[in-house]
Design a protein around this ligand. Structure first.
Ligand code: SF4
Length: 428
């Protein structure tokens, strides 16, 4: 393994607007390259311009300083800066509140897990992620973490402090219920059992957390047995949700390496997988009609059986109004169901996504606007959208979402009736 300390020039990604997958607004990577060496890793592709992605790890040793600089530029003020300016402890409650409100806090940063795990083995020595988390605590910002490592538990006290000030949401990527299968595809990451044990500890500590079951590998992981096991284990670990997703395979290095491993370890599945990805789509998307099952639909069905959310949760950021968070959560569920489950056209999704983006950027309290009858004028929306928001504020959901979920439920039942699993032989 080669390690190289580098100086990052910038850290935060461009804004993610109304992100219905992870509910984060910006992401960052503490490292470039990842020792976990997952066979399906996107980072292997030429798209990211990182050679030897799993064996040459670039350590962004100045990441915390760059993050501080970028947060300041975005208008955020750290607690330590405020304290030094104002003798915080002598302020009365009103003044303290006024100053705290000066700090904008409606930003959720996805620290780690974009395209390099922030809790990979290099973190033990270099502690770049630790310093990033300390910075987020100082700025009172929430954090979303996605990892395949139990090392995250070493920072549990710090994460609890972040959770007390804002929130800490720790999701584990888990795609293979069986440790043996998982070791083939994620050789250097924590085992599936270790990740579930870590999730349980995270939840026992009172933090938010769940499972991102993605990528589910077609013909290997997309069967009822594996997916049901994942749902059961998530439930046992008290995860808030499990969200399933499929696999992309970009032509070039990523696909070549993945297919070499399939040939060696899962020869019987080789032809089927090759046919699913034979379009060599630039983004690695499969030929949808050749997929044995729609994993999100099957995930929806299994989760319903076990009474577990099949969608990530949108948590309220510190200064966000309850009612705004409620409406945003439902709107983003609509966007996700329409786009990811049902493949509905962008034009039909757009009004919901745009409204979500508008609210996320900071709208007045929707509950009060509704009471004053100002929703339509303030948000510049039509009567049907006003009705939808009204319903969400009253009941926590709306007919639009219920109809979409009913369609997904019917699809799941039909597919299950037709035996969702298709044998790899059918592709050879
Ligand atoms: S943990 Fe994520 S970034 Fe690291 S090798 Fe695996 S898929 Fe790639």
């Amino acid at each position: 393994m080669q390690y190289e300390c580098i100086k990052a020039k910038s850290l935060l990604s461009k804004p993610h607007v109304a992100d219905s997958w992870f509910h984060m607004n910006r992401s960052l990577n503490a490292y470039r390259g990842c020792e976990h060496g997952c066979v399906y890793c996107d980072g292997n592709s030429e798209y990211y311009h990182v050679d030897n992605f799993s064996s040459h790890i670039r350590i962004k040793e100045n990441a915390a300083q760059v993050l501080q600089r970028e947060l300041k530029k975005l208008g955020f003020t750290s607690r330590s800066e405020l304290e030094s300016e104002t003798l915080w402890s002598f302020l009365d409650d009103e003044d303290a509140k006024r100053i705290a409100e000066k700090v904008p806090q409606n930003l959720v940063i996805g620290a780690c897990g974009g395209v390099s795990d922030g809790f990979q083995p290099a973190e033990r020595e270099h502690k770049v992620t630790l310093r990033i988390l300390e910075t987020l605590l100082d700025y009172g910002l929430p954090v979303f973490i996605l990892t395949k490592s139990a090392l995250v538990l070493e920072y549990l006290d710090l994460l609890k402090e972040i959770h007390d000030r804002a929130f800490a949401n720790v999701a584990f990527t888990i795609t293979c219920a069986d440790d043996e299968v998982q070791k083939v595809f994620e050789p250097n990451a924590a085992t599936t059992s270790e990740r579930y044990a870590a999730l349980k500890e995270i939840r026992n500590a009172g933090l938010y957390g769940g499972v991102m079951a993605t990528p589910i590998i077609p013909t290997i992981g997309d069967n009822l047995e594996n997916m049901t096991e994942l749902v059961k284990k998530t439930k046992l670990a008290n995860g808030e949700f499990i969200q399933f997703g499929g696999m992309t395979l970009k032509p070039g290095r990523q696909k070549d390496y993945f297919m070499r491993v399939i040939k060696r370890r899962y020869l019987a599945n080789y032809d089927a997988i090759e046919r699913i990805y034979e379009n060599n789509n630039t983004y690695g998307q499969p030929i949808w009609t050749r997929l044995p099952v729609h994993v999100m639909t099957m995930g929806y069905h299994i989760c319903r059986e076990f009474n577990l959310r099949d969608r990530s949760v949108r948590h309220k950021t510190p200064h966000e109004h309850e009612s705004n968070n409620l409406v945003l959560g439902v709107l983003l569920d609509i966007v996700f169901r329409m786009g990811m489950h049902l493949g509905i056209s962008r034009n039909r999704i757009k009004p919901y996504w745009e409204l979500a983006a508008q609210i996320e950027r900071g709208a007045d309290e929707l509950g009060e606007l509704k009471q004053r009858g100002d929703l339509k004028q303030y948000l510049m929306i039509d009567d049907s959208m006003v009705k939808t928001i009204d319903e969400i504020l009253k009941t926590g959901t709306c007919q639009v979402l219920k109809n979409l979920e009913a369609r997904i439920g019917t699809m799941a039942e039909t597919e299950l009736d037709e035996e969702m699993r298709v044998s790899p032989d059918e592709y050879s």
